[in-house]
Design a protein around this ligand. Sequence first.
Ligand SMILES: CC(C)(COP(=O)(O)OP(=O)(O)OC[C@H]1O[C@@H](n2cnc3c(N)ncnc32)[C@H](O)[C@@H]1OP(=O)(O)O)[C@@H](O)C(=O)NCCC(=O)NCCS
Length: 99
Amino acid sequence: MNIDYDKTLSIVGETKNGKIIAEARFVELEAHETHPEFAIVVDENYQNFGITTFICTLLMRLGKEKQLKGFKGYLLSHNIKVLRVIKNMVSSSTRIPSR
Ligand SMILES: CC(C)(COP(=O)(O)OP(=O)(O)OC[C@H]1O[C@@H](n2cnc3c(N)ncnc32)[C@H](O)[C@@H]1OP(=O)(O)O)[C@@H](O)C(=O)NCCC(=O)NCCS
């Protein structure tokens, strides 16, 4: 894994014991991309606790600080779960403070 904090930024969620149970990242595939590519995965045993909502809110805040305009991602159309989470986040994104 090569995280340079500029073109690629990754956030992981850990248990108290240091087990990684979630990861989200955005990657600028081209220089100065305004909508870098985004992906997230959460361990099955830790889903539906709001981890994605929390991590993605943080990632969006960091993206704003980097002057990004948004994220893009490729999803299977039957991945209803992630579509619902994203829809909920987008509809409440005006409540996310920029700091
Ligand atoms: C899609 C995926 C990332 C969602 O992760 P998650 O951590 O379970 O998501 P959340 O817990 O934030 O949201 C799921 C539900 O829990 C609810 N939830 C429970 N507690 C919550 C809390 N404290 N805060 C916010 N939401 C909460 C959400 O409202 C949401 O409900 P909904 O399904 O009715 O909309 C996860 O299922 C996954 O890893 N899937 C496989 C990989 C994948 O498909 N990745 C996406 C492609 S990049």
